[in-house]
Structure formats: structure tokens, C-alpha cells
Design a protein around this ligand. Structure first.
Ligand code: TYD
Ligand code: MG
Length: 429
């Protein structure tokens, strides 16, 4: 429970009316639309997640754990916009101008015209915005901003909400694209940014282990685009580097020829990514065997283990099973089911899968393989990366246009998939 105090209602002040907003309700067919104009940020992966770029007057929240790279990416974005001739104001409540300059030097972006401001007080921020009239503004972070007239501490729910409300009003009135940074903790204790989700036009979250070099940017909400897109970055010594070829990077350190590894082609939005799923099944010395899952839903894996035990005869009840999705990616798609089963079976009988095989398919409770969407896109990605065989649901396979170089093999059940891949449980030890 967090105590919040009722404050003078700053947010409820009437907004200046924007052009085009009439007094009366209008029939829909009489309303004219001019489609959104997206300003590219010059960073392709960021544009992809934003739905094409930043729309005029948009308020965008970029959340993530401290240290994940929010400030770095937004400084790079500011520099890129500035090089395109846009006026960008970068307001930091956390770092001094010197610190920002030093960071920019590391990124090779220090010779740009970005306007830097080190400020915490919202009334000054608003004043500066009104005099400078930037095209884009970054506020890093919204938790450090405060309204002096409010008694609660900076970072409290009411301060964060009021500060964001002021910035929203400014964005909508002036057409300036405002990007807010919000810190989020690992436990998802988001007192700050979560309360803003309903106010802003788009919410982007940075994910990824700080111990992994990959940083994944996902949209949790976007009024101007799809929320399924994924942006992949890599934290390098000179800032966030775009990873355009995600599949190749994710597979680069794959243990070829080892048992318990299976490649799946998962869809992240409209983009196919090849990911290595690793499984380790070992004899258990515990009363209750362990199931440890990294990068997937735990209960989904337990369900799959039960299906394998019942429908394909794998003896798993006395085995500890560990599943890891390589690269720090989080797979949510059921199309990864069959690959999990194959990697477990491969580990059980200690027979590696052929290195040029990719597996996709959802597994049902009867052990049947169910259709997956966008199979053609997935098969094309497999072909691009030199995979020559794809094991997939028979149903989807029959509707697929042939892709040269790739042999597509449809299967009906997990037992069939195991037989095709020669990881049949009869060999298990
Ligand atoms: P930062 O952008 O400050 O994170 P956030 O704003 O989300 O809190 O990123 C900080 C981390 O990134 C820090 O641990 C150092 C690392 N880093 C690099 O590896 N390379 C770089 O070029 C920069 C600027 C930072
Ligand atoms: Mg920061």
C-alpha cells in the first residue's frame, strides 16, 4: 500500500483545444483523416517497434531496469534526429551535463546540436519547453521529475503522474514528440511507470539479462502500430548496436552436434527468429524431480513433459529436466512446443539432432501436432540460414508453397516427429 495525497488538480485543467477537434459529435463518415506521419529515428530497430517512427505529438514511455541501456539508446536516437536537422531537447534529471557529454563522446555523438538540460523541477521544464520549442524531447527519467508545489517526494505515484500529465499536455498542444524514460525493477514493482501506461501513446519495454549482450525492445502498447514487433540490440562498447540479423546472432554460439539442442523458428511479430532450445534430462536424485525453465513459461513445459510421458512413452518421472532458451530470449509462442519436446527426447536418448533441421509445431494434449501460423515466412527464414529440413505440422505443410532447398516434412504426432528425427525413446537409457 502506498499513501498518496490529494493534490491540487493540476491534471484536470482544461486542455487547449487542438485544431480539428470540433464542438459536436460527428458522423464517422464525415470525419476526414490525414494518416500519421512517422518520423524515422534513424535507428531501424527502434522504428520497427514504434511502428515506423515517431508520430507528431506522441508521448512515448520507454521502460526497463536500471542499467539496461535506456539512456544510451535515447541519446543515440537524439543524436540521430539532430543530425537530420531536428531540434532535440534532452532533459536529464539523473546526470550532469558533463556526464551526458562524456557518454555521448563514447557513442561518437558528442559533436551534435542536441540541447542538453539538467533539470528536475517540472515548472522549469515546462518553461524551457515553451521557450525552446523543440521538435523532440527526451525526459530521463520521469521518476526524477517533480512539481515543487506538491508535497510528496519525487518518484511517488502522484508526482510521476502529474509530471507526465504536464508533458502529455505539452506534447498534444505543440506537436512535439516526447519520450519519457521510466525505471522498472526486476520484480515488476513499477509504482512509477505502470501508472502511466494508460496515459501515453506507446509503451516500449527493454528486456534482457544484463549479463547477456542482447537487449530486446518490445512494445507493450502502441496507438500507432502493432505491439508484436521486436527490436534487437546489442550493448557494445560504443553504445547500442542494432542486430538486424537476429537469427544468425542467436545461433552463432550453438553447440553443434550436442544432444538436447533443437532449433525452432519462432515469430516475433512479423519477424521470424531462429532460436536454439536446449534441454538437459538427467537422472533425478530428488524426491520430486526438478523442472527448471529459462526463457519459457514453466507450466507450459511441465504440460509438455506430461504429454511426452503419456503419448510418446518417455520415462520422465525420474528425470530432472532443465530447459534453456539460448540468447536470453523469452518465447511465448506455442509453436515452440515441438522443439522443446524434440530437445528433451534428444537429451534423453543422448542422440543429437541433425544440425540442419528446424522444428516448429504446437503440441496438443493428445500428442497431436497442431497448425502454426505463417509457416511460409518461417521456412523462408530457415532457407536463408542454410537449414535444409523443417519438421512441422502436416496440416500446415500441405498448404505450403514449396520453398526450394528446404525439405518440409509434415508430422501428425510427437511420436512421429521423434521417429523422423531418430530420437525415438526406445533408445533411452
Ligand atoms: P544506461 O543507458 O545508462 O542504462 P539506463 O539508462 O537504462 O539505466 O546504460 C548503462 C550501462 O550500459 C552501463 O552498465 C554501461 C553500459 N554501456 C556500455 O556497455 N556501452 C556504452 O557505450 C555505454 C554508453 C554504456
Ligand atoms: Mg539512465
Amino acid at each position: 500500500m502506498q499513501e498518496t495525497r490529494a493534490e491540487p488538480q493540476e491534471a484536470s485543467k482544461p486542455m487547449k483545444r487542438r485544431a480539428g477537434i470540433g464542438e459536436n459529435a460527428l458522423p464517422m463518415k464525415e470525419i476526414t483523416t490525414d494518416s500519421h506521419i512517422y518520423q524515422t529515428t534513424g535507428i531501424g530497430e527502434l522504428d520497427r517497434v514504434l511502428g515506423g517512427g515517431i508520430v507528431e505529438g506522441a508521448l512515448i514511455l520507454v521502460g526497463g531496469e536500471p542499467g539496461i541501456g535506456k539512456s544510451t539508446l535515447l541519446l543515440q536516437m537524439s543524436a540521430s534526429l539532430s543530425r537530420m536537422g531536428k531540434k532535440v531537447l534532452y532533459i536529464s534529471g539523473e546526470e550532469s551535463l558533463r556526464q551526458i557529454k562524456l557518454r555521448a563522446r563514447r557513442l561518437g555523438d558528442d559533436e551534435t546540436d542536441i540541447l542538453l538540460l539538467s533539470e528536475n523541477a517540472m515548472d522549469n521544464v515546462r518553461e524551457k519547453l515553451e521557450t525552446l520549442k523543440p521538435d523532440y524531447c527526451v525526459v530521463d527519467s520521469v521518476q526524477t521529475m517533480y512539481l515543487p508545489e506538491m508535497s510528496s517526494a519525487p518518484g511517488s505515484v502522484s508526482q510521476v503522474r502529474e509530471s507526465a500529465a504536464i508533458l502529455m499536455r505539452y506534447a498534444k498542444e505543440s506537436g512535439c514528440g516526447v519520450i519519457l524514460v521510466g525505471h522498472v525493477t526486476k520484480e515488476g514493482a513499477l509504482a512509477g511507470p505502470r501508472v502511466l501506461e494508460h496515459m501515453v501513446d506507446a509503451v516500449l519495454y527493454f528486456e534482457g539479462d544484463k549479463t547477456h549482450e542482447y537487449r530486446l525492445l518490445r512494445a507493450a502498447k502502441n496507438r500507432f502500430g502493432s505491439v508484436n514487433e521486436l527490436g534487437v540490440f546489442e550493448m557494445a562498447s560504443d553504445g547500442m548496436r542494432e542486430v538486424k540479423n537476429a537469427s544468425e546472432s542467436l545461433l552463432s554460439s550453438r553447440a553443434r552436434g550436442a544432444s538436447g539442442s533443437c532449433v525452432v523458428c519462432a515469430m516475433e511479430g512479423t519477424r521470424p527468429v531462429l532460436v536454439d532450445i536446449q534441454a538437459l534430462a538427467t537422472r533425478s536424485y530428488y524426491q520430486v524431480p526438478r523442472r527448471t525453465v529459462n526463457g519459457m513459461d514453466n507450466s507450459r513445459v511441465i504440460l509438455l513433459l506430461a504429454v511426452m510421458e503419456k503419448r510418446a512413452g518417455l520415462r520422465l518421472y525420474d528425470k530432472d529436466v532443465y530447459i534453456n532458451v539460448a540468447g536470453g530470449l523469452d518465447l511465448t509462442e506455442p509453436a515452440a512446443d515441438l522443439a522443446v519436446c524434440c530437445s528433451v527426447a534428444s537429451s534423453m536418448c543422448d542422440r543429437p539432432l541433425p544440425p540442419d533441421v528446424c522444428v516448429v509445431g504446437e503440441v496438443g494434449l493428445a500428442g497431436e501436432i497442431r497448425a502454426v501460423p505463417r509457416l511460409e515466412r518461417r521456412v523462408q527464414e530457415c532457407a536463408r540460414l542454410g537449414f535444409t529440413r523443417v519438421i512441422c505440422p502436416r496440416d500446415s505443410a500441405s498448404r505450403l508453397k514449396a520453398v526450394p532447398e528446404v525439405e518440409v516434412r509434415g508430422v501428425d504426432t510427437i511420436a512421429q516427429a521423434f521417429a523422423v528425427l531418430d530420437v525415438f525413446p526406445s533408445r533411452q537409457g
